[in-house]
Write a protein that binds this ligand. Structure first.
Ligand SMILES: Nc1ncnc2c1ncn2[C@@H]1O[C@H](COP(=O)(O)OP(=O)(O)OP(=O)(O)O)[C@@H](O)[C@H]1O
Length: 351
């Protein structure tokens, strides 16, 4: 193959700017004139890899440090790690922090019910045609057309080939069949491409390829049950049982609120979380939200500050998703009772 052919084809495969350019050559030896043109390729941007630096502004205590150290040990051994927990428990933060500490570029995918295996593995992005017009004999015109497909790797394939860290956030939002390519990757470290799609049908993962997955087992809409076969191949950490001190540390770290004030808010949110009728138990994110406004507006987190009571009702009342008026009133009364318990008058300002 001539160099100009190779250049045109390589450009086409990566969806580069060379697409659509016509490359002409004179083949003097054969006495023919050939034109090589690429027809109708669809430009496709490369999947951008991130290079996150480990964050130094995150809260860490022995519980979080131990979890992170164990997760890194397993990842370094090539075993994928799965962080599971309800919304707002810090799954994405920890996934990105682990990825940053692995020190490799990161590609990120967020699960979605519209995802297919192609979003992980790749897809055909067009066709490439090569036309040879032969006019060796003046009166005879021979045209040969050869068409082949062009392929573009998606995030999982890119990570497997280049040895990147693949972070798959909320992977259970994708239909199970979309996640099938992961099975052979996490077990045998082999990625299999659809037949006839790509030059190499089977790729062995680069030694530095790593995978970190997150999921929320409590999401009730648009979530698939993860396949047992996939779960079996991951080491799962449950992030739903942070102890009180860890939650207070994170809330205080995120908002700048003093430990004691953050403690009052965390206790209230944990109290509401345990309330059996809370259909959507408030997460640590609710505590961060309340604490952020308390810090910004200089509100006293106690039941004798009407602004605090109003703020807590606004942030937390909808979490119970009451079905009727009666329920809603009862929940407001429960919230006030919890506030009296956890945020009593004078608890903060030493009054
Ligand atoms: N170690 C930490 N130190 C400081 N802040 C943290 C820490 N872990 C989590 N957070 C904060 O807690 C909040 C929730 O974290 P995150 O978004 O990672 O949760 P999540 O479980 O991925 O939530 P969702 O499922 O809703 O996406 C964020 O504001 C995040 O910055």
């Amino acid at each position: 193959m001539l160099r100009s052919d190779r250049a045109a084809i390589a450009g086409g495969q990566r969806g580069s700017r060379a697409q659509g350019d016509a490359v002409a050559r004179n083949d003097a030896a054969a006495g023919s004139r050939a034109a090589i043109a690429q027809i109708s390729p669809r430009p496709d941007a490369d999947n951008a890899a991130l290079s996150p630096a480990p964050r130094t502004d995150l809260f860490e205590n022995p519980q979080l440090a131990s979890m992170a150290a164990r997760a890194l040990t397993y990842l370094n051994a090539g075993i994928p790690v799965h962080l599971r927990g309800p919304a707002g428990t810090g799954k994405t933060t920890m996934a990105m922090q682990l990825a940053a500490r692995l020190g490799r570029p990161v590609v990120l995918l967020t699960g979605d019910d519209g995802l297919t295996a192609a979003h992980l593995v790749g897809r055909e992005i067009g066709t490439k045609s090569r036309q040879v017009v032969d006019r060796y004999v003046h009166s005879v015109r021979r045209v040969e057309t050869e068409t082949s497909s062009m392929w573009c790797d998606a995030v999982l394939a890119q990570a497997v080939v280049e040895g990147l860290t693949f972070v798959y956030d909320e992977f259970t939002r994708s239909p199970p069949q979309a996640n099938n390519p992961l099975l052979s990757v996490v077990e045998e470290r082999i990625l299999i491409f659809p037949a006839g799609s790509r030059k190499e049908r089977l790729v062995h993962a680069h030694p530095e390829f790593r995978a970190i997955l997150t999921s929320n087992p409590e999401e009730y809409a648009g979530v698939s049950r993860p396949q047992d076969a996939l779960l079996d191949r991951l080491i799962t950490f449950d992030l739903d049982d942070y102890d009180r001190e860890t939650e207070i540390g994170i809330v205080s770290n995120r908002t700048g609120l003093a430990y004691a004030e953050a403690g009052v808010i965390v206790d209230l949110v944990r109290g509401v979380r345990r309330w059996p009728k809370a259909h959507h138990p408030p997460s640590m994110r609710s505590a961060i939200m309340i604490a952020r406004i308390v810090a910004r507006e200089l509100i006293t987190p106690s039941v004798d500050d009407p602004r605090f009571v109003r703020l807590c009702l606004d942030v937390l009342a909808a979490k119970a998703k009451p079905t009727d008026r009666d329920d809603r009133d009862r929940f407001a009364a429960t919230l006030l009772r919890l506030m009296n318990n956890h945020c009593p008058a004078g608890a903060i300002d030493g009054g």
